[in-house]
Each structure stands twice: as C-alpha cells, then as structure tokens.
Design a binder for this molecule. Structure first.
Ligand code: GLN
Length: 496
C-alpha cells in the first residue's frame, strides 16, 4: 500500500516498526503537495523546511526511544490557528502580513506530541462560509469529481483541511467548527471530522469568529484517526476562560466499543422538505446498520430545530462584528493610511475585508444596535436556550437517548460557482449542523456512502456534552457497517 493511503493509526505502527522513517513519510507528502496543491489550492502557505526539521527531530526522538504519541505524523493546520513564526492569514487580506510570535494551544500541543506541520490550510475568510469561496487566497477544489467534470467545492469553512486530507496530501488536519465547518467539508470530501464539546479544545490562539460557538477539532480519514488527533488537541487551558476542566478520556478505545444497548434518537425535524432522496436513503441505511449492531432506535423530537439557522445567523454575526472590531489597521495586519484616524479605520477595513465578512459585520452590528437588540439578539439568545433544552430533554439520563443520528448536510458537494450568488442558499447548507453548535454538544461526520453522481455523503452523530466517547463508538459502528472505501480522483497516492 502507498504510505499516502495509510491512516494515522497505520502510519504510527509503520513508524514504530521502522518500516518507514518520519523523514520518508514527510517527503512523500511534500512531493504530493508540490504536485497537487497548484490545482487544489488546499494550502495557503506550505512549510517544507519546518516539516523537514520536525521530521528529523521525530526520527531522532524515536531512535532515542522517546517518540511522543504523534511522532512523525504529517498534518495540515487550518490557517485560523496561530503558528509561531509561520504566516497566519485567517483567509483574509486584513491580517497580511501577520506572523504570530506564539502558537495556539492546540498547535502547541500537536507539536509537543511530535506531529509534523506541512503548512497552513485554506479556509473561508475568518471561517465565514460553506464552500471556501470567500477566502482571499482563492477557492479550493474538491479532490472528488463528478461526471460533468465541473470543479466542485470542498465545503467550508475548513475546505483546505478537508481537501488536503481527502487528497492524501496530509494524513490529518485541524479544523474549526462554528456552525458546521468541520462536519460539512468532511461530508463533502468523504472524510471524518468531529466538533468536540464546546470547551474541550482550547480556543487560545485561534483567530476568533463567534466565540460562544467556535470549537477546534480534528479531520482525518477514519474515526480512530480523529480520536488519536483529538486526544492530542484536547485538555484544560487556563488561557481560555471557556476551556473545560475535564480529564481527557481514552477516545481511541471508545471507537471499538460498539453500540450494543445504546439508544439512538432519530429526530423528526431533520426530515426537511426537498431533501435529496439519496440522503434520505442513506440515513435509513444508517439506522438499520446501528440496529443490526445492537442499538435501539428511538423516534425523538427536537422541536426548536427550525429556529437553528435564523438564531445562528443572528448570534454568529453579532459576535463576529464585535470580534472583528480589533482589525483597525493600528495594532496588526494591513493598514491603508487615511486623512485622520477614522478615515484610516474605514479605508483599512474597506480594503481588507471581503464581501461576506462585511455583510456579517453589518448584520451583527444591526442586531446589536440599541433599537434592535431586544428584537433580534436577545430573542435569538432565548431561542438558543430552547434549542439547548431540546437536546437536554432528548439526552435525559434515564429516559433519553445516548446519541442522535442525522445526515450531515442536505446535499453532496456542489460545483464551484453553483449556489454561490445567493448568501441565503449558502446558509441553508448548515441546517443540520448549527443546532449542535448552538447547544455546544459534540457532533461528528462520518463518510457513509455515495450519491448518484458518485460523490461522498456523510452521516452525523450528535452526543451529550463531554460524551465524545459515545459519539466515537457510534461513528465506529457506522464506519464498520458502511465500509466506505471509494477514493477521490485527485489524490497523492494516484500520482506517478
Ligand atoms: N457555514 C457556517 C457559516 O458560514 C459555519 C462556518 C463555521 O462553522 N466556521 O458561518
């Protein structure tokens, strides 16, 4: 097997058995990046020198018998994570140039675990989007192709991370998920990705979009690989006031636990009008897979689901408008000089932000303004509490379910250019992912099948707060039953 097709678990075994060195594994990825990235545009910044130095260190550590857990595993880092000494863009022109003097907690932990940094992955500007087209560094192409040959969107906002992992030019990646940005691109590219419980991974050093929703998480080609990465990314961090003081359980062991005796909820409200019949069928298949693996299926109701999108598109822009106030041309990043200070702010922000970011800042400022705060923001916060309450009721310890199964997205990957002129159509992509974000519960997407065009589709597993273990157990069972083995057309392992 080509090492580029290995899972992280397989690569760790091969490294431990000295069947490959970290340098060899890294070089294989670097040459695949050189060959494919000009087309995919999955990386904004490549860091081959850093990767080579880290790989040498990893081999030295292994030779000394001191290889940490992820020693020698080449990863892509979403360009929303600050990385010491490496340009960080957040997909925006307004930060250029910004070379952080420090690492985010998540990237520092990954480095300490011995992971190799291949580069910074492309994303929607400030993670605002579902197709990666709002990036100031150009769109990303999905490595999957459909018969008409039109280039497809990889989903977003973690589209570069997803494309890199699917195309086998990285073994895994970090993503962030505010309303679906790990799960939807994972579904669009046929890989796995988990948004852990809010508070599980530190937000310190991650460029903020909507602070009450933003969560980091792993994207990889198997459930177990996501568990391995999440283990290294998680943990309490005193530098993030919303970081949870919780022990990190053995996520990897949970993947093989099975679902015998678990109660799995199927929420009626996720059967939306106009859903692709193939997705409906896949959802039914997922239900049957879990049933045959020993789970009990329970019909449940999450009655406030329909308010998820409107609430999200009030709360997220509101927080974004406040978070993005810091890009004023004075403290860091780009500056366009003006006649006075206000003029400097205005010119800098007009030139530095793209259209989607400006739209969100305007919406956010509007819903927070004195005259409209009660009507929009306050109301949205109240409904958010009801959405959370729906999940609490569904997951009630004695009578409730242990996990919930839904589709990840209402469609497969669409062509670049399709659906993209209308922001509202684009926002509808997030219909199945935003409720879990608003409630802060963990949710994972697993590749489960193909649509009529041969494009991957994902199923979503949602769990209780801080019960990623059950999410991994259910995802592991789905993965085993689905046996998803289709490969994207564009991939490093297919290069000559
Ligand atoms: N697509 C959603 C949005 O545009 C979610 C983005 C995200 O999770 N970062 O806001």
């Amino acid at each position: 097997m080509n090492p580029l097709d290995w899972t992280i678990a397989e690569a760790l075994d091969a490294l431990a058995a000295r069947r490959i060195s970290a340098v060899e594994l890294t070089e294989a990825h670097l040459s695949a990046i050189s060959a494919l990235n000009p087309r995919l545009n999955a990386f904004i910044t490549e860091t081959p020198e850093l990767a080579r130095a880290q790989a040498q260190e990893a081999d030295a550590a292994r030779a000394a018998g001191a290889a940490p857990k992820l020693s020698g595993i080449p990863l892509a880092i979403k360009d929303l994570f600050c990385t010491e000494g490496v340009r960080t863009t957040a997909g925006s022109k307004i930060l250029d140039p910004f070379i952080p003097p420090y690492d985010s907690t998540v990237t520092a932990q990954l480095k300490a675990a011995g992971a190799i940094t291949l580069g910074k992955a492309n994303l929607d500007e400030f993670a605002m989007g579902s197709s990666n087209i709002t990036s100031a560094y150009g769109q990303v192409e999905n490595p999957w192709q459909r018969a008409d040959g039109k280039p497809l969107a990889p989903g977003g906002s973690s589209g570069g991370s997803a494309a890199a992992v699917a195309a086998r030019i990285a073994m895994g990646a970090t993503g962030t998920d505010t309303g679906g940005s790990i799960r939807q691109p994972a579904a669009f590219t046929g890989i796995a990705g988990i948004k852990p419980t809010y508070g599980r991974c530190s937000r310190f050093g991650i460029v903020a979009f909507a602070s009450s929703l933003d969560q980091a998480g792993p994207m990889a080609r198997s459930t177990e690989d996501c568990a391995i990465l999440l283990d290294a990314m998680s943990g309490f961090d005193p530098r993030d006031s919303t970081s949870a003081e919780r022990a990190v359980p053995d996520f990897r062991a949970a993947c093989a636990r099975g679902v015998k005796g678990l109660r799995i909820g199927i929420p009626a409200e996720y059967r939306v009008d106009g859903m692709d019949p193939t997705i409906e069928k896949l959802w039914q298949a997922g239900i049957e897979w879990l049933q045959s693996a020993g789970a009990t299926i329970v019909d449940i109701s999450l009655p406030h689901t329909k308010f998820g999108l409107p609430v999200y598109y009030i709360v997220a822009p509101a927080e974004a408008s406040s978070n993005l106030a810091r890009y004023d041309g004075v403290r860091f990043g780009a500056r366009v000089d003006g006649e006075d200070l206000i003029d400097l702010y205005e010119r800098t922000r007009a030139a530095g932000f793209g259209a989607e970011v400006k739209r969100r800042i305007m919406i956010g400022t509007y819903v927070l303004s004195a005259g409209y705060y009660d009507a929009y923001y306050l109301r949205a916060q109240k409904i958010r509490a009801l959405i959370l309450h729906d999940f609490h009721t569904a997951f009630a310890q004695t009578t409730g379910v242990d996990a919930i199964l839904t589709p990840t997205a209402p469609s497969a990957a669409f062509a670049l250019g399709e659906k993209m002129d209308d922001p509202v159509t684009m926002y509808l992509n997030d219909v199945f992912t935003v409720p879990a974000s608003l409630a802060g519960v963990p949710a994972m997407s697993i590749p489960a099948g193909l649509d009529q065009n041969g494009l991957p589709l994902g199923l979503q597993v949602i769990g209780r707060h801080f019960d990623e273990e059950t999410v991994f157990a259910v995802a592991g069972a789905l993965e085993a039953a689905a046996g998803f083995s289709a490969l994207p057309a564009l991939r490093g392992s297919a290069l000559r």
